[in-house]
Structures are given as C-alpha cells and as structure tokens.
Design a protein around this ligand. Structure first.
Ligand SMILES: Nc1ncnc2c1ncn2[C@@H]1O[C@H](COP(=O)(O)OP(=O)(O)OP(=O)(O)O)[C@@H](O)[C@H]1O
Length: 350
C-alpha cells in the first residue's frame, strides 16, 4: 500500500514540530526516518499510524485521505522499541492477539488462529518458546515476538519506532537481517525510525534525513552517502574535518597554500571545506597535489586501518583526524613524522 505524505505540518503547544513534510512512499518500499533526537521522526510515524493528528496537510493511504480514520481502522502494524508485549499472556497468545480481536464475522476459528500464530513463530524461529511468558525471553527474542505479533494481522503497512534501540550491538545486527527477510517475504510497506545511520543504510531502500522538523534529503543510501545535498547531511553521516579556505576563480587557497581546481566552482570567496577522514590523502613528500604540511601527533591501530591525529602547520588551528588503510603505500605512520595532506576530494560549502 502506498503512503502519500503531502505537506504535513504539526504544531504542539504553539511550537512547530514538523514543517511541510512531503514524502511519496511506494508500495513495498522500506523507508528509514533518520535524524538527531527531537527532529520529529516519531511524531511523523505516529501521524502515519493515526496515533497523532496532523495540524495541516494530507495523509493518503492507497490514494485515500485518512485524516479522519482511526488508528484501528488503518490496519497498520506497529512495533515499538520497548516490545510492548502483554506480560500475562504466553508468546503464542501475544502473537495471536490481533487476530483474536477481529470482529466476530472476520475472526477465524481458534484452531486456525493458533496455527497461523505458530507459523509466524516458526518464521521468527521461536515456535519452541510458544508457551513461555515474555519475562522468560531475552530482549532479542521479545522483539522477534513483537515483530511476529505485528505481522499477524497481515498489515499492508508496518511502522517500527527504534525497534532495536534497547538491544546490544550483536542482537541488533541479527534483527536487522530478520527485518530484511520478513520484508522480502511479506512485502509490506515499511517505515522505521532510527538515529543509527548504519542501520538505516542496511535496511532501507530510501532514507529520509530529518532535522528540526524538516526534510534535509530523501534518497537511496548511496545517494545520501555519495551526494549529501546539505552540510547538515554531510556532517550527520560521518565524522568530518572542516577547514576554512578561499576560492578565487579556479584557485583554492588554504592559508598560504593553493592549487588549481581546473573548474570554476559556483561558490567563490570564503568557503568551508569538508573532508571525510579517509578521503584526505596523506603523503610523506610535498607535491603540488599534497602541499599541506602536518605533524603526526597520535597514532592508534584499529586492525585494518590506522587512525591518526595530525597537527596542521601554519594553515589551520585544530587537529585533524586521518584514517589510513594498513595496505596504503604510505607504510607505518609514526608519532612525530612530518607529512603532507592533499586538499582534493573536499566538499565545499559557502
Ligand atoms: N505530545 C507532545 N507534546 C508536546 N511536544 C511533543 C509531544 N511529542 C513530541 N513533542 C516534541 O516534538 C519534538 C519532536 O519529537 P519526536 O519524538 O518526534 O522526535 P524524534 O526525532 O523521534 O526524537 P527521538 O529520536 O529522541 O525519539 C520534540 O521537541 C518533542 O519534545
């Protein structure tokens, strides 16, 4: 089922929390809402679910305006961070709950309900725990039960609010795989909230980056990573080094050093140059491509890369972080070495 979010805004206590949000989610897509705390991700998810109303704009599910349709009638599955399982019910009863709550004329027999719940439990590989209570399960198992329960009503839309937020890294990784498999098998339209960029990249077809209640960028994981459309997106996705430069025509100056860009950038004058730590080349010798002198002041070994802290000599005040692959031709970096950085690969923001 497709979801059309059309210029939706939300005001809480005279404060605008969401401003003009428009996203067209195609049927069967898996969308991540990614952004810092307070950016409005959960509010948007709750509006889609019908748990919160919007102040203006339209929400259409399969082309139909659902502004006045209750959460119950939207048939949307919801998985929260804190499992929200019923403590007094067995795993099997938790999973079958949604079907048992259907109106009598739509409700199958108890035998069919239990059979279906067992099938779902076997998909999430918990059928052997059907008679246990939630308190007898691990966090990851509880969240798999929550997923099976949400899928039991065969939702066309599944909304997930930080579904793995409370779990440790290893279990989170495992559950990401589960979500991907379940999405492929059940083909629901999925929207999930996360502030974990790696999680968004791994699970989503498209990522919506939100900040202060507005959309900064919508795109595939590759688009967002390779062509961040705003400075915020670039900074949000990974650690970066920021250096002040000056552009005059085709030449880029950093302190007393400069080189020719061989094109005329749109921005001229003072610019901020952003470098990802692994995109800033480091060499032992000066060259016209690597003219920026630095001194290595810290080296830490991380298995397949070294992380260096370098002090710019006369062209920037703060230390910079450089990631150097162990297979790089540079060799072994050492404390106190004098080297040169390249200013290529910079992203420019005025
Ligand atoms: N019921 C409410 N009444 C008033 N303000 C609210 C309400 N719910 C959310 N807010 C405010 O709306 C803003 C966005 O909150 P929201 O929970 O949507 O952000 P989020 O991006 O999901 O954050 P987090 O990652 O921390 O969960 C916050 O400033 C929050 O305080």
């Amino acid at each position: 089922m497709n979801i059309e979010i059309d210029k939706i805004s939300k005001v809480f206590n005279h404060r605008k929390i969401l401003t003009n949000i428009s996203i067209n989610i195609k049927s069967g897509e898996m969308i991540a809402l990614l952004g810092p705390s307070g950016s409005g991700k959960t509010t948007l998810l709750r509006i889609i679910a019908g748990l919160e109303s919007h102040s203006s704009g339209y929400l259409r599910l399969k082309g139909q305006d659902v502004g006045g349709v209750s959460a119950r009638d939207r048939r949307v599955g919801f998985v929260f961070q804190n499992y929200a399982l019923f403590r007094h019910m067995t795993v099997l009863d938790n999973v079958s709950f949604g079907i048992r709550m259907l109106p009598r004329h739509k409700r199958p027999s108890r035998y069919i309900i239990d059979k279906k719940a067992m099938q779902l439990l076997s998909i999430v590989q918990l059928d052997h725990l059907a008679n246990r209570y939630p308190s007898q399960l691990s966090g990851g198992q509880k969240q798999r039960v929550a997923l099976a329960r949400a899928l039991a009503i065969e939702p066309k839309i599944l909304l997930l609010d930080e579904p793995f937020g409370a779990l440790d890294t290893q279990v989170r990784k495992e559950l990401r795989r589960w979500i991907r498999n379940l999405h492929q098998e059940f083909k629901f339209t999925g929207v999930f909230v996360t502030h974990d960029q790696e999680e968004a990249m791994e699970i989503a077809n498209r990522i919506v980056i939100m900040n202060h209640g507005v959309i900064e960028q919508i795109g595939t994981p590759e688009d967002i990573w390779c062509v961040p459309s705003t400075r915020f997106v670039f900074e949000f996705l990974s650690e970066i080094n920021c250096v002040i430069g000056m552009i005059c025509g085709t030449e880029l100056f950093i302190g007393p050093y400069y080189w020719n860009l061989s094109y005329i950038p749109k921005v001229q004058g003072e610019v901020e140059l952003f470098f990802r730590p692994w995109e800033m080349e480091i060499r032992k010798e000066f060259s016209i491509f690597s003219p920026l002198p630095v001194k290595i002041i810290n080296v830490s070994f991380h298995g397949y890369y070294w992380q260096l802290s370098v002090e710019p000599l006369g062209w920037h005040h703060d230390l910079l972080t450089i990631i150097l692959g162990v297979k790089d031709s540079f060799g072994i970096p050492e404390f106190g070495m004098y080297c040169y950085l390249s200013g290529r690969n910079a992203k420019l923001y005025s």
